[in-house]
Design a binder for this molecule. Structure first.
Ligand SMILES: C[S@@+](CC[C@H](N)C(=O)[O-])C[C@H]1O[C@@H](n2cnc3c(N)ncnc32)[C@H](O)[C@@H]1O
Length: 390
């Protein structure tokens, strides 16, 4: 269970817990040598070297509203575990981390990751003093060493004030990339901090949900961090025969495959364009050999009974895709068809925005039982994730 810690003092410029790249960080924990160990069956297994550790650095990791518990659970599985030092809200974590920032950009359930630096200044104007400006530029250049940023933007209360207008002009001049009000790739947030003012620099040009494998987009495509949470909710077994009906652009299939192979991983859609998007995205992710895609109506499938152990599905929500009347017809027949193609011990994770209709449909049938429900806030919508079992 998460217990918010009292706010600890943030390391400040000058009193920073040794910054990465400083002498202290170079002498931080050295990587251990690879070791050979025996598994239970007697086979030899090489235990890889632990990655080199940096001095602890403060980061802020944000999940979509409603997905904080999934992100927190993901921390526990990391080789170098982030130490949570503050939980400003249920979906935002401030962590001290000794691995490389790139590790954090691979968190499947995080929407964004920021490097956090405290400046011991009474007001933002003081950031323009030479020492602080140099420090800020050094920080930004460190981020530019990790990723390519072609523009920048600044988010702050009063971002149009003379102080921030000057700061933007200074940065534009020194960084030699343009300031773009809404679309700037390098996002700098200036907020009051516990010990002065804090500059938070996003580690990536886009939110982390913008996956590199997404080469083909379709309207109604699922935010990949929501898909990751659905996969985590379903639980992972390599023995699972997994079906993703109404797969759209393939988000759920790819996010599941990222965690390893399964006995079967199959998606279908009744729309050619959606299937083409899925094919391209699955191909870009490098998973073509492991994912089967076919055109089919998810309410009348040409599949044998008892073919699957797990269904992952992002149902049409009745706005972008399908009208309300379409959904009323679709939902009951769909649940019945899934009961037919699944085993008696199968489970299903469903995402839908048509909450009332889905819950009514669920209470009017006996094939699937309610397990749990999770609210998500996504692109102005408030869909819900349901875990069902037979
Ligand atoms: C909400 S979208 C899924 C989006 C997908 N999760 C993604 O990330 O792109 C729903 C999909 O269901 C498909 N669909 C709607 N009715 C269907 C049916 N009866 N059988 C198969 N697919 C259907 C639509 O073509 C659409 O691609």
């Amino acid at each position: 269970m998460r217990r918010p810690n009292p706010r600890p003092p943030t390391p400040s410029v000058g009193k920073q817990v040794a910054r990465a790249g400083s002498k202290t960080s170079e002498s931080a924990d050295k990587p251990s040598k690879p070791r050979v160990v025996r598994t239970k069956s007697g086979a030899k297994k090489i235990v890889k070297k632990a990655p080199p550790r940096q001095a602890p650095q403060l980061f802020q990791l944000e999940a979509l509203p409603g997905l904080g518990t999934f992100l927190e659970a993901e921390f526990l599985k990391m080789r170098i575990r982030p130490q949570i030092v503050d939980v400003p809200d249920a979906d935002t974590f401030r962590v001290l981390y000794t691995g490389t920032p790139a590790d954090l950009t691979r968190l499947r359930n995080a929407q964004s990751a920021f490097w956090v630096e405290n400046f011991d200044v009474p007001r933002p104007k003081a950031l323009m003093g030479q020492q602080h400006l140099d420090h800020l530029l050094g920080l930004v250049n460190k981020m530019r060493g990790l990723e390519r940023f072609r523009s920048f933007r600044l988010s702050a209360a009063g971002a149009d004030s003379p102080t921030f207008t000057r700061l933007k002009a200074e940065l534009e001049d020194k960084l030699d990339i343009p300031y773009l009000e809404d679309k700037g790739e390098l996002l700098l947030k200036v907020v009051p901090g516990p010990d002065g003012w804090e500059v938070q620099v996003r580690l990536t040009p886009k939110p982390l949900s913008a996956r590199v494998w997404r080469v083909a987009n379709m309207e109604g495509g699922l935010n990949a961090t929501v898909a990751a949470a659905m996969v985590d909710l379903a639980g992972i077994s390599e023995k699972d025969r997994i079906f993703n009906p109404m797969c759209g652009s393939g988000t759920l299939l790819i996010e599941r495959r990222r965690l390893g192979k399964s006995a079967v991983l199959t998606g279908c859609d009744n729309d050619d364009y959606a299937l083409e998007c899925a094919r391209q995205n699955v191909g870009a992710a490098g998973y073509t050999p492991d994912v089967t895609l076919f055109k089919g109506d998810a309410t009348a499938l040409e599949l044998r009974d008892n073919s699957f152990d797990l269904v992952l599905v992002d149902l049409p929500w009745g706005d972008d895709i399908g009208t309300a009347a379409d959904l009323e017809r679709l939902y009951p027949v769909f649940l019945k068809e899934m009961a037919r193609v699944c085993t008696r011990s199968a489970r299903m994770v469903v995402l839908t925005h048509a909450v009332k209709l889905f819950e009514e449909t669920l209470s009017n049938q006996f094939a699937w039982k309610f397990g749990s429900e999770h609210r998500v806030f996504h692109g102005g919508h408030h869909p819900r994730m349901y875990y069902l079992r037979r």
